[in-house]
Design a protein around this ligand. Structure first.
Ligand SMILES: Cc1cc2nc3c(=O)[nH]c(=O)nc-3n(C[C@H](O)[C@H](O)[C@H](O)COP(=O)(O)O)c2cc1C
Length: 290
């Protein structure tokens, strides 16, 4: 399965079959985590990943998700320092692990809200000041979904997505994804981003294209109260990193040029795109260019 297929296939799964990982399965997942953590992320922040497979003989593997997630075989725990760009990089790195695991046949769910942050911090052996932004439940789907799962998944339009023209714009006011315009070739990468998971499915990504190439600025359309409800952990900044990962993987599969980088100090060439987003109250995060 290539990354485009993995992005298409991935769904949040909250009811797993409760099986324990074999040694070989745990080793394969550890290898995925090492691969994801060792690849440089756009802001160059180290993201540590640890695999929690539960206590010996204790079933099932629990991480304080209070019945929302049942029967997971393992959890991936992430840890980062609270510095600019670390939430985006954590999203970017963890989503690589999610997609690689999806390609290997695993089901997953991002958990950023309710889990035991204390226990997760112990598992990741966090240094003072380090944060656990989110964890990922991993396992095989259960035959039947739990009641809690059906309630959560049924509520808040969990799987629907905004249309592309609600998240993609052009600094010159043209529609960037119409027909034969250069950006038309980017429609598939934009669709991959649109399908990314996000906290409470809020989909805060906004992309503005500019210049030839084209280049893209990614902004966060922040729900301020929501994004500041967990102290230094910012779920919507994680979302932006996740969306950046989907876009980058799709671009790579499709042979489209460029990469994500932090916003440059000299911003003259970005001024029209920046003005477009800032007029709408969005926060600029990163730049995609050749
Ligand atoms: C950063 C982040 C945090 C999330 N936290 C939770 C959570 O705490 N509980 C939960 O059930 N789902 C959580 N989700 C899953 C989202 O609800 C889900 O991705 C979204 O509804 C879209 O559905 P899909 O993943 O099936 O495409 C989280 C997703 C992200 C990206």
């Amino acid at each position: 399965m290539n990354m485009l297929d993995a992005m298409e296939t991935r769904r949040s799964t909250r009811s797993f079959d409760g099986s324990r990982l074999t040694g070989a399965e745990a080793a394969a997942i550890e290898a995925v985590l090492r691969g994801a953590a060792n690849e440089p992320a756009p802001f160059g922040r180290p993201v540590r990943l640890a695999l929690y497979v539960g206590e010996p003989d204790a079933k099932p593997v629990r991480l304080g998700t209070y019945g929302l997630v049942s029967g997971a075989s393992a959890y991936i725990v992430s840890a980062v320092a609270p510095v600019p760009g670390s939430m985006e990089d954590a999203g970017y790195v963890l989503e690589k692990a999610v997609l690689d695991l999806t390609a290997q046949g695993w089901a997953t769910c991002w958990i950023g809200g309710v889990f035991s942050r204390g226990k997760a911090a112990q598992i990741a052996a966090t240094a003072p000041g380090e944060l656990v932004p989110a964890v990922i439940a991993v396992g095989r789907p259960a035959g039947r979904r739990s009641v809690a799962d059906r309630i959560v998944t049924g509520s808040a339009k969990r799987r629907t997505r905004q249309s592309l023209d609600q998240i993609v714009f052009s600094a010159d006011g043209e529609r960037p994804i119409d027909g034969e315009r250069p950006a038309g070739a980017w429609a598939e990468a934009l669709q991959a981003l649109r399908g990314a998971p996000s906290a409470s499915n809020k989909q805060p990504w906004r992309l503005v294209s500019f210049g030839s190439g084209p280049s893209w600025l990614i902004f966060m359309d922040e729900d301020r109260l929501y994004n500041h409800s967990l102290g230094e952990v910012r779920l919507q900044n994680l979302d932006i990193g996740i969306g950046m990962r989907h876009f980058a993987e799709a671009a790579r599969c499709l042979g489209l040029p460029g990469r994500w980088e932090p916003l440059p100090a000299r911003r003259a060439e970005l001024s029209s795109a920046l003005a477009f987003g800032e007029a709408r109250g969005w926060t600029p995060i990163a730049l995609w260019r050749r």
